[in-house]
Design a protein around this ligand. Structure first.
Ligand code: KE4
Length: 429
C-alpha cells in the first residue's frame, strides 16, 4: 500500500497540530503506523490521499451508521445550506430533534442539545450534582466519557477507590471527587455507596462498554446499579454517546430494559456533524438554566446543520427492519471471524451488540478493564496492519469498538471475511 502523500501531510501536520491530529487515537500510535489522511468517503468506503480505498469499520467512531454520504443526509444539508448556517437563536429543527429523540427513547422527558459527547457528560454530571447537592461521582475503570477533568481519572493505588488524575493538568482535588469502580463488579459499587453515604451525586457508565474494547454488562449488573441508585438517591447516568441508536433503536436502555435518570448522547444524532445531547427525568432537567438554576450553555448548541443531518439520520433508523438488518450483518461477520479464529486455534474473545463488536486476542473471559489489559495488543497491531494492507480500515487500537453500517454490502462482508482469514494466517505465522 502506497502512503507517501499521507506521510508528507503527517510531517506537515505535526508542525502545526499537536501530534499531527485533532484527536489522539487518530495518530495510529498503538498500531505502529503513521495515520492515513482521508480525502473522501462514500457508503462503506473511505479513500485516502494516496487513493487507497478501504472498507470502513470506524465510521467516524460511530456516527456514520448509515454509511458515508447517505442521500437523505446530503439532501437535508443541501436544502438547509441556503437558509443559513448558524443563528444563535432557537429553531423549529431543535424542537423536531428533541421530540424525535424522546419518541425513540421514551424515558427522556426533556433533552438539551450540546456540541459533543464530552459536553453532554460534563453537563449531565453538573446537573446531577446540582440536583442532589452532592459532589462525588462513581465512574468505572475503562469507561470513557470524554475529557472533562474529573472524568480523566484512574483508580487509585491498591484498594483505594479515590481517583487520581489520569492526565497532567487535572487537579488532584478534582480527581478526588471521582470514585473508581470495576465494571461488572456490583459489590464494588455497593461498597463505595456504603463508604460514602449521602455523598455520591451520580453513577455514570457505558451500559455497553465500547472504550476498552467491547464489554457487555453481566446479568444483573445494570439492574443492581439501578436498585442501588434508587436506594441511595443517586442519579444514574447512562452514557449512550456510543450505544445510543447503535445497539438498538432505543439504545442500551431499551435493549436491557433498565431506565437511567439521565442519558447522554452524541455521534449518531448528528449524522457526522458536531453534536451531543443530554436528557432524562423532568424533575432533574427542569433544574437546567434558564428553566432552573443549573447553568449550561453553548454557542452552537442545536446548530441548524447538525440538526438537519441528525434528523435525517434518525428518520432512516426508524425505517422498519433497520436494526434487524445491521444486527444480522454484524452477527454474520462476527460468526465468520469466530470460525476462522477457532480453526487457527488462536485464543480470542469477541462480544457484539447490535451494530458494534469487539475482538480481544486473549485467553480468558473479559468482564472489566483489568481483564481487557491482559489482551495481546502486539497481536492486535499486526492484525490491524494486515487488514489495512488488504483494504479493511479498523479501529487503530485494541481498546475500541468496530462499527457496522447500513451501507456495508454482502460483498463488503465477504471481502472482510477473506481479508480476516489472510490476516489471521499472518498473525499465526
Ligand atoms: P466526544 O467528546 O468525543 O464527542 O464524546 C466523548 C465520548 C463520550 N462517551 C462515550 C461513550 C464515548 O465513546 C465518547 C467518545 N468516543 C471516542 C471513541 N472511543 C471518540 C474518538 C476520539 O476520541 O477521537
Amino acid at each position: 500500500m502506497q502512503n507517501s502523500h499521507s506521510n508528507l501531510l503527517f510531517l506537515r501536520a505535526q508542525q502545526s497540530i499537536p501530534g499531527g491530529v485533532n484527536s489522539p487515537v487518530r495518530a495510529f500510535r498503538s498500531v505502529g503506523l503513521n495515520p492515513l489522511f482521508i480525502k473522501s468517503a462514500a457508503g462503506s468506503r473511505i479513500i485516502d490521499v494516496d487513493n487507497n480505498e478501504f472498507i470502513d469499520y470506524v465510521g467516524s467512531w460511530g456516527p456514520m451508521i448509515l454509511g458515508h454520504g447517505h442521500a437523505a443526509v446530503l439532501e437535508a444539508l443541501r436544502e438547509n445550506l441556503d437558509l443559513g448556517i448558524s443563528y444563535g437563536a432557537p429553531t423549529e429543527a431543535e424542537i423536531d430533534m428533541a421530540e424525535l429523540i424522546k419518541s425513540m427513547m421514551p424515558n427522556l422527558d426533556m433533552v438539551r442539545m450540546v456540541n459533543s459527547g464530552t459536553e453532554a457528560t460534563m453537563s449531565a454530571i453538573r446537573v446531577a450534582r446540582g440536583f442532589t447537592g452532592r459532589d462525588k461521582i462513581i465512574k468505572f475503570a475503562g469507561c470513557y466519557h470524554g475529557h472533562a477533568d474529573y472524568l480523566l481519572v484512574k483508580a487509585g493505588s491498591g484498594a483505594a477507590t479515590l481517583g487520581s488524575p489520569d492526565s497532567p493538568g487535572v487537579p488532584a482535588s478534582f480527581a478526588g471527587e471521582t470514585l473508581i469502580a470495576e465494571y461488572n463488579n456490583l459489590e464494588n459499587v455497593r461498597m463505595l455507596t456504603e463508604q460514602y453515604p449521602d455523598e455520591i451525586a451520580a453513577i455514570i457508565l457505558e451500559p455497553v462498554a465500547g472504550n476498552m474494547g467491547v464489554i457487555t454488562p453481566k446479568h444483573g449488573f445494570l439492574s443492581g446499579i439501578r436498585e442501588l441508585c434508587d436506594r441511595e438517591g443517586i442519579v444514574l447516568i447512562f452514557d449512550e454517546v456510543m450505544t445510543g441508536f447503535r445497539v438498538s433503536k432505543g439504545g442500551a436502555q431499551e435493549l436491557y430494559h433498565i431506565m437511567p435518570d439521565l442519558t447522554t448522547l452524541g455521534k449518531i444524532i448528528g449524522g457526522g456533524l458536531p453534536v451531543g445531547a443530554y436528557g432524562g427525568r423532568l424533575d432533574i432537567m427542569q433544574r437546567v438554566s434558564p428553566m432552573g438554576d443549573i447553568y449550561q450553555a453553548g454557542t452552537l448548541s442545536g446548530n441548524p446543520l447538525a440538526m438537519c443531518a441528525g434528523l435525517a439520520t434518525l428518520k432512516e433508523l426508524n425505517r422498519p427492519g433497520f436494526y434487524e438488518d445491521i444486527g444480522s450483518k454484524t452477527n454474520w461477520l462476527v460468526n465468520e471471524m469466530r470460525d476462522i479464529l477457532d480453526k487457527a486455534s488462536i485464543p480470542f474473545r469477541m462480544q457484539s451488540v447490535g451494530g458494534m463488536f469487539g475482538l480481544f486476542f486473549i485467553d480468558q473471559d473479559v468482564y472489566s478493564f483489568t481483564d481487557a489489559l491482559n489482551c495481546n495488543t502486539d497481536r492486535y497491531a499486526i492484525f490491524f496492519r494486515e487488514m489495512l494492507n488488504q483494504g479493511i480500515y479498523l479501529a487503530p487500537s485494541a481498546f475500541e469498538a468496530t462499527f457496522m453500517s447500513a451501507a456495508h454490502s454482502e460483498s463488503d462482508l465477504e471481502k472482510t471475511r477473506n481479508a480476516f482469514k489472510k490476516s489471521i494466517d499472518k498473525v499465526v505465522g
